[in-house]
Design a protein around this ligand. Structure first.
Ligand code: SF4
Length: 340
């Protein structure tokens, strides 16, 4: 049996065409599954009886089990899902003025063990399957209203580029104009900087956005909190990102978590400003969201102000984001960490 939500429309076309079904059948099926949200082949009334029978005998619909749902005072919502092997993953919905962004997980755990991220604490278990990625969107959409999710960002548990094949397939399903039909610029991949995979992504020319967990523009300092910076050093990552910008004609985003006494000094700001002049980019400053698992502290208001002042003076394009969902453990991997 094949999980229907693990297939792109082209995959489905190939399978059905071989069996002699009409070429337009996958369009009808995608419309039922992703637009009308019907997960019962017998109810897909515009398909022939023969096709409905074939689908029922050879395909199935997987689901995720909702284990916990929390809503923050700031309206951020966190969903804890249980997978078929009892693993847990998190999905976070972030409502803003005009958009609702869904932060999606791509792995169970993470092997990179960044020193500020709870997702890496229990180690790496496995990659998510395509349908498990898609189902986070569908399950949350069903719980709220499907049309309301306007953007997705692969910034949940796991390093998305480490689960490359499934990530790309899922993106193709998200962008399919007969299904969910998310615009390419409504999709963002957030990476810690896996250079070879960034290069593969460039070749695909998907048009999606890319952001880098930077957190320090100083090489040695970055390695301290992002150990994989040793394997894929920042200068190499930046070269790859430069190629990405050239190909996609779109800036990359640098995520920069401000941590008190670590990366929030005037020198840090100056280094960040110089780096940002080398590549077309936007910077997201995020004051650290404290976690009982680490000793880091959020920056003082003064540190944030001084940091911003330097970036402004240097003409750097940046935004200051406040951590969301503090009261519901909405930081990456925090809710799941309770069950590790
Ligand atoms: S920040 Fe990303 S790469 Fe680093 S441990 Fe967390 S999930 Fe993994």
């Amino acid at each position: 049996m094949i999980d229907i939500k693990s297939l792109t429309r082209e995959d489905l076309e190939r399978i059905l065409f071989k069996k002699g079904f009409p070429k337009f059948s996958p369009i009808q099926i995608f419309t039922w599954v992703y637009r009308k949200r019907v997960e019962d082949f017998s109810k897909m009334t515009d398909l022939s009886k023969k096709l409905r029978k074939y689908l029922s005998e050879n395909f199935y619909f997987s689901r995720l089990e909702l284990k916990e749902r929390k809503i923050s005072l700031d309206t951020t919502e966190k969903f804890l899902f249980k997978l078929k092997d009892n693993s847990l993953i998190e999905t976070v919905l972030i409502p803003e003025e005009k958009r609702k962004t869904l932060c999606i997980s791509t792995q169970v755990g993470c092997k990179y063990k960044c020193k500020f991220c709870v997702s890496g604490l229990g180690g790496f278990k496995r990659n998510l399957e395509v349908a498990e990625i898609i189902n986070q969107f569908l399950e949350v959409g069903d719980l709220i209203s499907p049309k309301k999710i306007t953007n997705i960002v692969f910034m949940g548990i796991g390093e998305p580029l480490d689960n490359f094949e499934n990530l790309i397939k899922a993106i193709k399903i998200f962008m399919d104009n007969k299904g969910i039909y998310l615009g390419k610029r409504k999709i963002c991949i957030s990476t810690v900087g896996i250079t070879p995979k960034i290069k593969e992504l460039i070749k695909l020319s998907l048009g999606v956005k890319l952001s880098l967990s930077l957190h320090s523009a100083i090489l040695e300092k970055r390695t301290k909190i992002i150990p994989v910076n040793k394997k894929y050093p920042l200068p190499e990552v930046l070269t790859a990102l430069g190629e990405f910008v050239k190909k996609e004609k779109f800036p990359v985003t640098f995520e920069y978590i401000l941590i008190r006494g670590f990366n929030s000094s005037k020198e840090d700001a100056q280094e960040l400003a110089s780096l940002s002049k080398k590549i077309k980019c936007k910077i997201n400053l995020i004051p650290y969201n404290p976690s009982p698992h680490f000793n880091w502290q959020p920056p003082s208001e003064q540190e944030v102000e001084n940091f911003k002042e330097i970036l402004k003076k240097e003409g750097v394009f940046f935004t200051l984001r406040r951590p969301r969902g503090k009261d519901i453990e909405a930081g990456c991997g925090q809710l799941r960490a309770r069950f590790l």
